[in-house]
Design a binder for this molecule. Structure first.
Ligand SMILES: C[S@@+](CC[C@H](N)C(=O)[O-])C[C@H]1O[C@@H](n2cnc3c(N)ncnc32)[C@H](O)[C@@H]1O
Length: 864
């Protein structure tokens, strides 16, 4: 549907008018006066010798005029919103009439300036509409079009109807046309009780020439469509979309309203979009499942905004938002409107995209339980194992038609019979999914899903952003030396997901459990996976090759959102600026790059750094390194101030003290850095191969030197193939994920250098018996929880032994040549051997960050 943005009747509607005759009279009078000789002479005289009093009075004369032109609009807005409501008196008999009269009195004096005064106040409307449009487009449509099939039919051919409740002036409909052509819908209804606003809407519809948009003056809580009255459509399940922007908080019978929405929304394809102010405080477990940690507002803000908005008949009571729990949440995020760009006005608002709880969620359930091999909930052990807050079983119906794309995840790591009850029903009590089956946004995900559901925990507050913006281990060496192949069931640390994507591309393993307890690392992997599916190569390259995309925020909502979990979407929306300049300079690891750049600049080697990135041979590379860069990198102050400083190591490089102790057992910090960096220039060129160091020195990848998934052929292979189906991203500790996996279900566990992080255990300490459960209740603070994690090595080893198949291997790199914990693996019954040890100036891989590379093989069955 065409939308003109030039001057039209509707634009004129918003301007103060003096009428055609008035304009003519003014123009005529003005011309006569200005062309009269006497006036012209007088003006010239005044210009040459302005009377001194006029000099002072002129500003005073012009000031009111200036003030009027600048302030007329805000003053009318303020009068209508904050003064008029005090004097409104109701003489109406029914509540509905009184409500209508109140609305009309409130808006009558400002209907013409409604749109121009609400753009900053009603924030999030565009975002809600963009999200809704993206999710509507993301849904697969049935192929056949025929008549309506009513509530229990399969919805094939059903009319697409969108109802905007409390739609006011029709601004939403005009905006939606930018994101989804209005012709997508067979009919659009704008429902509102307030005639002055509806008049503006009617003028808009006429001016735009929309034929499928209709205005109904009705109460939203009991609205009726003409199709329902005529019997053409059964109201139940007849709507494809329902939206409410800043109207839910104004409609008194909101229970009735939301019940109605639930009934009339198409249970399989219907989507609901809401944006509104709110003030709720903590909401307990259910809130955590939906992922709304940012929801909490202070008691003062709650009290203040509730009082403030109640003046205008806007009710922000938490129960309004609470009612959404009867819907399935697809996306939700909480924002703060810093109205008028002020830091002190922060009005809380939320955006919600949801669906009917009757939507079929069985495919996602299967993906998260059976295929993700997830037994969480079988016991209460584990730091992050959630206790189910939901007694309700999922409402998926076996006969419901299959809306979701098939999640072909290859062979399962799970024994199917464990998960099935008598009637082949999934036994929900035994799964993590039970914690959020009907309510978690993970289950109503519309597209391919990679993230295993998780609950927000206190410990997550520790991770406000990512630690690793790229993965600092060489996955090509892993694939080669560990013989990773299509039959493998792997557990690997997520980090920035580069290694996981490499394994998927190079070897297509049957299953890859990517594990990270920092949700932000999982968000990076999800973003990469979503971008591979939803974007074209150029956009993908800009984001992860260059590290910046000028349109990232727009892409996030319009293209990536249907592929992202609600948690990841909300995170990236809040952190969208990470892609404005350079993603690789953000997060903790970004600090290391920034500091390196500053150090190069201060020591005058920036040019040499550029040269080494472009060197064509390893000889040229090595010469630049030795002559120019090495003296800086291994300079005394650099080692003392940064590389040998535990604070820098942890915050910028992610190296904790326990790991520092590991390499200090073999020599000094300086020795370690020499052994790490000296072999690199002699290995392969940064320009064509060593993308790890190229990124660190150059700040971005190049087309010739980047991870394989960033190359056009790698990107295409991942996009078109099924390799990424095997990835399941867990937001949890390794120990907890292992506890959720069945016996003998993994072939390789690649834990990077994480074993170095544990607190040393005295060799004489016996291993805990398998039946002992680690005393890992949730600690009161994130710091305490992390502290606790460091003592869990033995439990992790025992779980590795249980979950690995015979012949399966646990693999790690270490900063120590012979790490202390080998003894713990051997005590558990593993056969431990080195894959590589960094000696004689040789590198173990292109990163060469660690002194050794080890494997522990499971040779027999379980420990006794
Ligand atoms: C803040 S305005 C929002 C208008 C529009 N959705 C927007 O985003 O610009 C709230 C709207 O809700 C409408 N409204 C309030 N109570 C209503 C009711 N019971 N039935 C229908 N509309 C109602 C008001 O008339 C008004 O148009």
């Amino acid at each position: 549907m065409a939308t003109k943005t030039t001057t039209t009747a509707i634009d004129r509607e918003h301007r103060p008018r003096i009428g055609k005759m008035g304009s003519l009279v003014l123009i005529g009078a003005g011309t006569t006066v200005l062309t009269s000789k006497t006036i012209q002479m007088k003006m010239e005289e005044l210009a040459n010798h302005p009377p001194s009093s006029l000099k002072y009075f002129l500003p005073f004369l012009l000031l009111p005029l200036l003030l009027w032109t600048r302030l007329a609009l805000p003053l009318r807005f303020a009068y209508n919103c904050f003064v008029k409501p005090f004097f409104a008196r109701s003489k109406h008999v029914t509540e509905q009439d009184a409500h209508k009269a109140k609305l009309e009195s409130f808006y009558s004096g400002q209907a013409d300036l409604y749109d121009s005064t609400r753009s900053a106040l009603l924030k999030g409307r565009e975002n809600m509409l963009q999200l809704l449009a993206a999710h509507l487009k993301a849904q697969t449509e049935p192929l056949v079009r025929k008549g309506s099939l009513g509530p229990n039919g399969d919805g094939v051919g059903q009319k697409k109807i969108w109802v905007d409740l409390g739609g006011g002036t029709g601004w939403n409909i005009e905006k939606m046309d930018e994101y989804l052509p209005l012709s997508y819908f067979d009919a659009i209804y704008l429902i509102d009780l307030c005639e002055p606003l509806l008049e503006v809407a009617r003028a808009r519809i006429k001016a735009r020439g929309w034929k499928n948009v209709h205005v109904l003056c009705q109460d939203a809580s009991n609205f009726v469509l003409p199709e329902w009255e005529s019997g053409e459509l059964d109201p139940r399940g007849s709507l494809r979309a329902v939206t409410m922007s800043y109207s839910l908080s104004m409609i008194p019978p909101f229970y009735q309203l939301l019940d109605r929405c639930d009934q009339v929304l198409d249970p399989q394809r219907g989507l609901m979009g809401v944006v509104d102010f709110y003030t709720s405080r903590d909401g307990g477990n259910k809130e955590r499942a939906i992922g709304t940690a940012s929801k909490r507002v202070s008691w003062f803000a709650k009290w203040f905004w509730e009082c403030w908005f109640s003046l205008d008949g806007v009710n922000l009571n938490a129960s309004r938002r609470g009612e959404f729990y009867k819907m399935g949440t697809i996306k939700v995020y909480n924002g703060r409107n810093n109205f008028l760009d002020s830091w002190f006005i922060q009005i809380p608002y939320y955006v919600f995209i949801g669906c009917s709880r009757r939507r079929d969620a069985s495919t996602t359930l299967q993906s998260f339980t059976q295929e993700a091999g997830n037994q969480k909930g079988l016991n209460n052990a584990g730091l992050l194992t959630p206790v189910s807050p939901f007694p309700t079983p999922p409402l998926s119906s076996p006969e419901a038609f299959n809306m979701m794309e098939t999640l072909d995840l290859g062979p399962s790591a799970y024994k199917a019979d464990i998960m099935r009850g008598n009637n082949d029903q999934i036994v929900m009590q035994q799964t993590l999914v039970d914690a959020g089956a009907p309510l978690s946004p993970f289950h109503y995900h519309l597209k391919k899903a990679w993230r295993v559901p998780y609950l927000e925990e206190k410990v997550h507050e520790q991770f406000r952003t990512h630690i690793y913006g790229w993965t600092w281990e060489d996955p090509a060496v892993d694939v080669k030396k560990l013989n990773i192949n299509k039959d493998d069931h792997i557990l690997a640390i997520t980090s920035a997901g580069d290694n996981v994507l490499h394994y998927a591309l190079a070897a297509s393993p049957a299953r890859i459990h990517a594990v990270d307890m920092n949700p932000c690392q999982g968000h990076i992997l999800e973003l990469k996976l979503a971008a591979i599916q939803a974007l074209d190569y150029n956009d993908f390259w800009l984001m992860f090759g260059e590290g910046r995309h000028p349109e990232f925020k727009k892409l996030l909502t319009t293209k990536l959102s249907p592929y992202l979990s609600s948690h990841a979407y909300a995170y990236w929306l809040a952190h969208n600026t990470q892609f404005s300049r350079n993603f690789y300079f953000r997060g903790y690891s970004g600090w290391a790059l920034r500091l390196a750049q500053i150090a190069f600049f201060l020591s005058g080697v920036s040019k040499d750094v550029k040269k080494i990135c472009k060197a064509n041979t390893i000889a040229e590379q090595d010469a630049i390194w030795k002559k120019k860069i090495r003296p800086v990198f291994l300079g005394k102050w650099m080692v003392k101030l940064f590389l040998g400083n535990p604070m820098f190591n942890w915050h910028a490089l992610g190296v904790p003290q326990n790991q520092m102790n590991c390499f200090l057992q073999d020599g000094t910090v300086e020795d370690y850095i020499k052994a790490t960096l000296d072999p690199i220039p002699k290995l392969t060129t940064l320009k064509d191969d060593n993308y790890f160091f190229l990124l660190c020195l150059n700040g971005r990848y190049t087309r010739s030197s980047c991870p394989s998934f960033l190359k056009p052929e790698g990107f295409r292979a991942l996009k078109n193939g099924k390799a990424t189906n095997s990835i399941k991203s867990h937001t949890d500790t390794i120990l907890n994920v292992l506890r959720g996996l069945p016996d003998g279900s993994l072939t390789k566990i690649i834990v990077m250098d994480s074993m170095d992080w544990f607190d040393p255990i005295d060799p004489s300490t016996p291993l805990p018996s398998t039946s002992t459960i680690a005393p890992d209740t949730l600690d009161s603070t994130p710091e305490a929880s992390l502290e606790h994690l460091r003592s869990e090595l033995d439990y992790e080893i025992i779980e590795m032994l249980r979950v690995l198949a015979i012949g399966g291997q646990a693999i790690w790199r270490s900063a120590a040549k012979r790490p202390w914990y080998i003894q713990r693996f051997e005590l558990a019954g593993f056969r431990v051997s080195s894959i590589d040890i960094r000696e004689n100036g040789q590198a173990i891989d292109r990163v060469n960050m660690y002194a050794s590379f080890w494997k522990a093989e499971k040779v027999t069955g379980m420990r006794g």
